[in-house]
Design a protein around this ligand. Structure first.
Ligand SMILES: Cc1ncc(COP(=O)(O)O)c(C=O)c1O
Length: 427
């Protein structure tokens, strides 16, 4: 395939006319397709319907040690659920707190507590310090950034490299600025790049010198077990690395079963040092007399152990892999070799990160939207919704059925070519 920037003006104009015709055909179909959010499809949700059979009968509502899950209590979760997620996150059950159904809300609460009360070992609540800043590896997860914006935490964009965030930049910033209190990380199959941080990156996070003594890494391991292939990525255990480095309290790990069972009725989990969890449990005990333990029992009965989680995730992958493959095939056949777009091929997670020529992403998303395909807004993957190069588009292939996905991708590729040609012609 020809590179667009090597083609003659007349050739490009002819091609543009053809593409405009294709675009008009899409518009006339009055499509209503959604590739905007990383939700599981209904067939994935069906995989967990059997879980709703548990527990049955009042005797089944007890934990192994006899606690009645129908009643108040166990603010940090039932022992069985702690054991299950300790295995998944490779930590001790003592380092686990089980939450409600959303890890995002555990992250929000962790920020809120830090702002109002401070963190373990910190001298002052973040909110009483002159400034609070967060590092935001980008492209990243828009909802992380939205939390910072709500709490008036200044965000500093950090570039992503093929093996994780730019650690030179991070080490330099955190060593100098006491106002930098934290960083958002999605270390495995990152949202949206699908990158898994290398061992070197994890070790540098564990060992780096921070000027702030109340600095926390928000390690959002949302896609810990969400592999698409038989050769999954491997992520070094940051809790262990931080302990070994003499910084045991530096990291909060988050995860959930949102994309293992149900996003609307799953279990969220947080892991942190025993010093951190002791303080958090004390504060949680003021907020609630106990979470939904019946749902925890249900999850343990259904998933059982790590083998059970892996077998469930294989079923998800069987549904998802063909969708990812189809998106990648269409991208390759429509855009490959044209030097107008670049994309990643992730081994897991929920997204394909797609980059246009600089200055094109916003227009591409607007064109797709005019033809009835909703994409995540361009810019959303950067702090304050501002992609400095206006290039990144997050493709979320999981939710639409394959036939709709195909159509949406074909349209997207037409839009990318139209916008790119117009851009090349005006340069
Ligand atoms: C990186 C990341 N973290 C957290 C979430 C949401 O997690 P939860 O459903 O547990 O709140 C998502 C959902 O897309 C995500 O991509």
């Amino acid at each position: 395939m020809n590179k667009f920037n090597g083609m003659k003006k007349e050739e490009l104009q002819d091609l543009l006319a053809d593409l405009n015709k294709r675009y008009d055909e899409f518009v006339s179909q009055r499509l209503k397709l959604d590739m905007s959010r990383g939700k599981p499809g209904a067939d994935q949700l069906d995989l967990s319907m059997k879980m709703l059979d548990y527990p049955s009968g009042s005797d089944c509502c007890k934990t192994a040690d006899g606690t009645d899950c129908r009643n108040y209590g166990l603010v940090d979760g039932i022992p069985e659920a702690k054991a299950l997620f300790a295995e998944m996150l490779e930590v001790s059950p003592k380092e686990i707190i089980i939450g409600g159904n959303s890890s995002l809300s555990m992250m929000y609460d962790s920020i809120a507590r830090a702002v109002m009360f401070g963190v373990y070992g910190g001298s002052n609540p973040w909110g009483r310090q002159p400034a609070v800043k967060f590092l935001c590896p980008s492209p990243g997860y828009d909802r992380h950034f939205a939390i910072c914006q709500l709490f008036n935490i200044e965000m500093i964009t950090i570039d992503m490299k093929p093996d994780g965030p730019d650690m030179d930049m991070i080490e330099n910033l955190v060593s100098k600025d006491e106002a930098i209190k934290g960083i958002w990380c999605t270390p495995k199959y990152s949202n949206p790049d699908g990158i898994t941080y290398s061992d070197d990156v994890v070790m540098r996070f564990a060992n780096m010198k921070t000027r702030a003594d109340d600095f926390r890494i928000f390690w959002d391991n949302a896609y810990a077990v969400h592999h698409l292939t038989d050769k999954p990525d491997r992520l070094l255990n940051i809790m262990r690395a931080c302990k070994d480095a003499g910084n045991p309290d530096r990291v909060y790990v988050f995860s959930s079963t949102s994309k293992i069972t149900f996003p609307g009725a799953g279990i969220a989990v947080m892991a942190a040092s025993e010093n951190n969890t002791a303080l958090i449990k004390k504060q949680l005990g003021i907020k609630t007399i106990g979470p939904d333990k019946i749902n925890q029992l249900r999850h343990v009965a259904f998933l059982k152990d790590m083998k059970g989680i892996e077998s469930q995730m294989k079923k998800h992958a069987e549904i998802l892999k063909p969708k990812f493959d189809m998106v990648l095939d269409i991208l390759e056949s429509e855009l490959g070799g044209k030097s107008i777009a670049w994309w990643n091929k992730p081994n897991g997670g929920y997204f394909i990160s797609f980059n246009t020529l600089p200055g094109c992403a916003r227009e591409v998303v607007a064109m797709a939207s005019n033809a009835g395909v909703a994409m995540t807004p361009a810019g959303a993957t950067y702090p304050y919704g501002r992609d400095p190069q206006d290039r990144n588009i997050r493709i979320a292939p999981t939710m639409p059925p394959v036939s709709e996905l195909k159509k949406a991708m074909e349209l997207l590729c037409v839009c990318v070519q139209i916008v790119s040609i117009k851009r090349i012609l005006t340069l």
